[in-house]
Design a protein around this ligand. Structure first.
Ligand SMILES: Cc1cc2nc3c(=O)[nH]c(=O)nc-3n(C[C@H](O)[C@H](O)[C@H](O)COP(=O)(O)OP(=O)(O)OC[C@H]3O[C@@H](n4cnc5c(N)ncnc54)[C@H](O)[C@@H]3O)c2cc1C
Length: 281
């Protein structure tokens, strides 16, 4: 399929991107193009203007600042997967990136594009929930920060206005965390993906954050499991009991997996993610 005719502009800064979005009626940002271009080819999206943000200076990169990790929105999945800083300080984020698609997708696709697009089967959203990331957004009224648990709101729906741009994410590094995923064989998208981060002290689960993707309309925290772990001995038995309550409303049912299968896999992959996170604690 061939997209409708569109104009192409390249943004030189965040402010320039916002100004171009405001000036263009029906304008859309493009970063890696690996979600937007397929939609344009199917004519499910028909932007009049594409505003390229992939080469805005400073919008890509991974750094540690004041004990927190910052990843720029235009950072590719490949850069995240290969990051020595992430592998050492917060391996779950790099390990999530290596799970995305194939080398071609990882070479072009970006963190900001993935978060803004919010495919129900995308990998990053689960991990951003588990590491409790803050999403930094620039718009015509200035900066705002949104916690990941408030950002993902529904099917392809996030807390982002049409004239806003994601600048990056920030989170405190966590080592005791892991991502476990059942993937579609062709695209590698998540049928079910669970990211778990745990805090263990004196052999007891102090707290846990668990993000689920692939199973329903949007990524969500498994708060019932988190509560079932808190204050309990950090053992495989506790994890097994807590994983048994892992569930979500409105399970997806499609050619890749029925809702019944996903229901079972949510529990299995919650247990696997938690066991791996505990092994790292
Ligand atoms: C074959 C294939 C397999 C894939 N497999 C997986 C997989 O296994 N797991 C997975 O998670 N994903 C997968 N993807 C999706 C891939 O990760 C995309 O790269 C990603 O979802 C979108 O990132 P992008 O940079 O390509 O965004 P684009 O396609 O450029 O943009 C997507 C959307 O985000 C908006 N946007 C882009 N950047 C910003 C920004 N900084 N601020 C605000 N809005 C922005 C755009 O306007 C657009 O609406 C796959 C894609 C393909 C084609």
């Amino acid at each position: 399929m061939i997209p409708t005719v569109f104009d192409y502009q390249r943004a030189t800064s965040l402010d320039d991107a916002v100004a171009k979005l405001q000036a263009a009626s029906g304008g859309k940002l493009i970063a890696g193009g690996h979600s937007l271009v397929p939609l344009m080819k199917l004519r499910l999206s028909e932007p009049a203007v594409l505003i390229d943000v992939a080469r805005i200076p400073g919008l890509s990169g991974i750094k540690e600042k004041d004990g927190k990790i910052e990843i720029g929105a235009a950072t590719t999945h490949r850069e995240v997967a290969a990051s020595a800083l992430l592998k050492q300080a917060c391996p779950v984020v790099a390990e999530t990136a290596i799970e995305i698609g194939d080398p071609q997708v990882r070479n072009r696709g970006t963190l900001g594009g993935s978060l803004a697009h919010a495919d129900p089967a995308a990998d990053y959203p689960a991990t951003m929930l588990a590491v409790d990331a803050e999403i930094h957004i620039k718009g015509p009224k200035g900066w705002r920060k949104v916690n990941a648990s408030d950002f993902f709101q529904g099917l392809f729906t996030v807390d982002l206005q049409p004239d806003e741009i994601i600048a990056g994410v920030q989170f405190a590094p966590v080592k005791a965390a892991a991502y476990a995923k059942l993937h579609q064989r062709a695209s590698h998208f998540a049928i079910v993906g669970v990211a778990a981060a745990v805090e263990v002290k004196g052999g007891v689960f102090q707290s846990a954050r668990i993000g689920l993707t692939g199973a329903s309309t949007h990524a969500t925290r498994l708060t019932a499991v988190e509560q079932a772990l808190a204050g309990k001995p950090a053992t495989k038995e506790t994890i097994a009991a807590a994983s048994a309550v892992a569930s979500v409303d409105d399970l997806n049912s499609d050619i890749h997996a029925s809702d019944e299968y996903r229901r079972a896999m949510v529990k299995v992959f919650t247990r696997r993610a938690l066991e791996e996170a505990l092994a790292r604690a």
